[in-house]
Design a protein around this ligand. Structure first.
Ligand code: C2E
Ligand code: CA
Ligand code: CA
Length: 285
């Protein structure tokens, strides 16, 4: 690389190389980090658009790394998926979220359900159903207080395993949500037969709802959202809009008939104690 001329392709791109080292160091450090309690969960409210009550909270994992500080999931979830460690990390997140939800329920019988992200690998893991059922058993969390968020890609596989597992969990009363709906390969016919309660519409659609004078693109985005919401309702599913940042967006979503909203407008992801403090109270009080 030393002698590589300007603009010439270099085998040892120092920037790329450094990225690789960081990635390697992070994935190598992950198993011990799980054991040493360096991962923790933040929780973000899922708020009813009709009465602003917190219906649920999404658990979002963070890594309190001793050298680099707090790492967001985009820095390590992909790595954990590649190495397969996501099954362990995801299992830890699932257990931790259920324990927290159980504590909220002890404080308030109307406490929110907890919504946990499942990686593709977890959905394909033959041990998933037993793991989830055992967890509910141990914590005493009612199945309706747990929601599992699955991406469309986890379900678009040739194997029947994932759908069968979800069917079992669904039949037991656990809530199933399709995450980031509309960003992947959405097979609408398939959706009709899937064991699902809720669609979570990706924030990229909500971004298109802008004030004050809707241009053509904005109007199109609003029409797409309207269509998605009515499709979901036709299928008997509820709809959560992600990435809601402005009062205008919330207002349009309410008008469209969207059920639930998640985003900075209603609350940023934060520690479990923030949710505890909001139990039994409507948003903004
Ligand atoms: P996601 O499931 O789509 O989660 C929502 C993301 O949007 C979160 O990012 C959240 O902080 C962010 N967000 C919330 N409200 C707003 C808003 O109003 N505006 C904007 N711009 N963003 C908002 P976060 O926490 O960085 O998580 C990123 C992704 O990492 C998640 O996307 C999810 O796919 C993944 N992830 C997080 N925790 C877990 C986990 O325990 N297991 C797995 N497999 N994946 C996880
Ligand atoms: Ca999610
Ligand atoms: Ca999402």
């Amino acid at each position: 690389a030393k002698d590589a001329g300007k603009g010439r392709w270099s085998l040892f791109d120092p920037v790329r190389n450094e990225e690789e080292i960081t990635r390697y160091a992070l994935s190598a450090a992950m198993p011990a980090a799980i054991d040493h309690g360096q991962f923790y969960l933040d929780y973000q409210p899922l708020v009813s658009l009709s009465d602003e009550r917190i219906l649920g909270v999404e658990a979002l994992v963070r890594w309190r790394h001793p050298e680099t500080g707090i790492l967001r999931p985009d820095k390590f979830i992909g790595l954990a998926e590649e190495t397969g460690l996501i099954v362990r990390l995801g299992g830890w997140a699932l257990a931790e979220a259920c324990r927290e939800a159980r504590r909220w329920l002890d404080l308030d019988p109307g406490a929110p359900f907890v919504s946990v992200n499942l990686a593709v690998r977890q959905v394909h893991d033959p041990g998933l159903v037993d793991e989830v059922l055992a967890l509910l058993d141990h914590t005493g969390l009612p199945p309706g207080r747990l929601q599992l968020e699955i991406t469309e890609s986890a379900l678009m596989s040739n194997s029947a395993g994932p759908v069968r597992a979800l069917r079992t969990l669904y039949d037991r009363g656990i809530r199933i949500a399709i995450d980031d709906f509309g960003t992947g390969y959405s097979n609408l016919a398939y959706l009709r037969t899937l064991p699902v309660h809720e669609l979570k519409i990706a924030g990229s659609f909500v971004e298109g709802l802008r004030r004050p004078y809707p241009d053509l693109a904005t109007a199109t985005d609003e029409r797409i959202l309207t269509t998605l919401v009515s499709l979901a309702h036709t299928l008997g599913l509820t709809v959560t809009a992600e990435g809601v940042e402005t009062a205008w967006q919330a207002e349009r979503l309410r008008a469209i008939g969207c059920d639930t909203a998640q985003g900075y407008l209603f609350g940023r992801p934060g520690p479990a104690d923030d949710i505890t403090a909001r139990l039994g109270r409507p948003v903004g009080t």
